[in-house]
Design a protein around this ligand. Structure first.
Ligand SMILES: [Ca+2]
Ligand SMILES: [Ca+2]
Ligand SMILES: [Ca+2]
Length: 235
C-alpha cells in the first residue's frame, strides 16, 4: 500500500470521526429511529419516547418533519419519559429551537415536559397549555449562557400521571449559533483543520445548518470559501 492511499484512509477516518461532532444536536429529528445512536432513551411503559406511526399509531397525528418524532406521555397511567444527549455548544449567541404539539391534555394540571441543560430548567410546559402549543408550535430558548465551547447535557423529560391521557409531541430539535463563529464546527474556539475536515465530510449533503453556511440546502464551494474566510481564532 503506498503512502497516498494510507494518507487518504487516514484523512477519511479522521473526517468520519470529526463528523460526529460537527452537528450540535445529533439526530434532532429522531430520523434514526429507536434504539437511537445519539439519544439516551427512557420510558416507563414504552421502552422509548421515540416513535413512528407504524410503531405508535396515527390517531393523535405524527411527526412534524420526516417519519419519526418524540412522544412523551401517551397513556392514562404514570409515564416518565426522557431523551438526552451531550451537546457541544459553540461560543456566541446560541438558540435552542424545537417544535412542540400537545395533542391531548389530561386536565390534571400537573403533567409536564421540561427541557434542561446540565439539569437547569430552560423551558417547562404543562398539559393545561395545550391551547398555546397545538397544533405544532416552534419553541425558542436563548441558551447563550451555556455557549462556552464545552459539552453540556441536553435533556427532555416528562412525567404524566393520568387518569386521562396527555401527549407532548416533540420534533426538529436544533441548536443554532446566530452570531459568533458558526464556522467553528467543533466549538473549540477557532476555525481550523478539524472544522475544514468536518465540512469536507459533509460535502454535498443537507445538514440543515452549519456547515451549509449560506443555507442553500447543500454543503459546497461557497460554504468552503466562507469557512476559509473565517480561518483562525473566533472573534
Ligand atoms: Ca422527525
Ligand atoms: Ca474549531
Ligand atoms: Ca451551501
Amino acid at each position: 500500500m503506498n503512502r497516498t492511499i494510507l494518507l487518504t484512509i487516514a484523512a477519511l477516518w479522521l473526517s468520519i470521526n470529526v463528523t460526529a461532532q460537527a452537528q450540535i444536536v445529533s439526530d434532532g429529528g429522531f430520523e434514526l429511529g429507536t434504539p437511537n445512536p445519539f439519544w439516551d432513551e427512557f420510558s416507563t411503559n414504552f421502552g422509548s419516547p421515540i416513535c413512528n406511526q407504524a410503531q405508535c399509531g396515527s390517531f393523535f397525528g405524527g411527526p412534524f418533519k420526516g417519519d419519526w418524532w418524540a412522544w412523551f406521555g401517551g397513556t392514562t397511567v404514570v409515564e416518565i419519559g426522557s431523551l438526552s444527549q451531550q451537546v457541544t455548544i459553540p461560543s456566541g449567541t446560541v438558540t435552542l429551537t424545537f417544535w412542540l404539539d400537545i395533542t391531548a391534555a389530561s386536565g390534571n394540571g400537573v403533567d409536564f415536559l421540561t427541557v434542561s441543560l446540565d439539569g437547569i430548567d430552560l423551558f417547562t410546559v404543562l398539559e393545561s397549555e395545550m391551547g398555546a402549543f397545538h397544533p405544532w408550535t416552534e419553541v425558542t430558548v436563548d441558551i447563550s449562557s451555556f455557549a462556552d465551547g464545552r459539552s453540556h447535557l441536553l435533556s427532555f423529560d416528562s412525567t404524566v400521571t393520568g387518569p386521562m391521557r396527555t401527549n407532548f409531541f416533540v420534533d426538529a430539535i436544533e441548536i443554532i449559533s446566530k452570531t459568533g463563529c458558526p464556522a467553528d464546527l467543533d466549538g473549540d474556539g477557532s476555525v481550523g483543520i478539524l472544522d475544514l475536515l468536518a465540512l469536507l465530510a459533509a460535502w454535498g449533503t443537507d445538514p440543515g445548518g452549519p456547515p451549509d453556511f449560506d443555507g442553500d440546502g447543500s454543503v459546497g464551494i461557497l460554504d468552503l470559501l466562507a469557512l476559509l474566510a473565517n480561518w483562525g481564532p473566533c472573534p
